[in-house]
Design a protein around this ligand. Sequence first.
Ligand SMILES: Nc1ncnc2c1ncn2[C@@H]1O[C@H](COP(=O)(O)OP(=O)(O)OP(=O)(O)O)[C@@H](O)[C@H]1O
Length: 260
Amino acid sequence: MKEILSYQSVEVCFNGKAVIHDNSFVLHEGEILGIVGESGSGKSTLLKAAMGLLGNGGMVTKGDIWFEGKDIPDLPEGELRQIRGEKIDMIFQDAGASLCPIRTIGEQIYESMCAHRKISKAEAKEKALELFEKLNFKDGERIWDSYSFELSGGMNQRVGIVLAMLMQPQILLADEPTSALDVAVQRQVVQEMLQLREIFGTAIILVTHDIGVVSAMADTVLVLKDGHIVEYGEAAKILNNPEKEYTQKLLAAVPKLRRA
Ligand SMILES: Nc1ncnc2c1ncn2[C@@H]1O[C@H](COP(=O)(O)OP(=O)(O)OP(=O)(O)O)[C@@H](O)[C@H]1O
């Protein structure tokens, strides 16, 4: 499988203080990489670095993040904007909350697609309904015409994921995509992300506290502690035979989901 994203000896600082130290790992086409580690270990920072979204005080101070032959930290904002959303997209824990309350889901899907390509509203709707159907959403037409407050929290989160996927990005960075959801909806979202990989070959970096979600989805796992990589490799090996004590402790959490 082809490498599509490669972190090489990456250091990230906020206001001069390093929070990510010498991190190297790669993501291949269609691969799902799970990043785990306790709160504050730097998981979100790793994702944001690939989107050029570290904010004013944040900076990649050493190393490279290669994507399509370009080093993301070196790219000007204009080029980053073209990559974001279209080639690499990110979803958050509250993807649903980022939906605008005063415009219908359909209007937002249309606007989001228009931002990246020339497309008519009818084409946007057709594409969205097709994806809703592939993902077994029962009533795509109704969702298209709904406002977010008319949908459940879980449904909004699922719509947020569809929104991120409509541009068919090569890489989806998912930051705690299931942690605000109840177990039944979590299961659905996990299935939907796996289906997206099947349909589009999307590679996913999944940040989560939930080892169950990692074991249900990930091909590879990276364990992060205080910005250092503790363990990195094949998911089955790390989840079944962790070498490091830190990983063993993390795995003590009972998995809630299992691979189908
Ligand atoms: N914008 C920021 N400004 C200053 N420090 C930051 C900023 N964002 C993150 N940090 C610091 O970087 C470190 C890593 O934070 P990060 O949010 O990446 O951790 P995390 O593993 O994703 O945590 P959580 O699981 O709680 O989301 C923390 O020490 C945090 O305080």
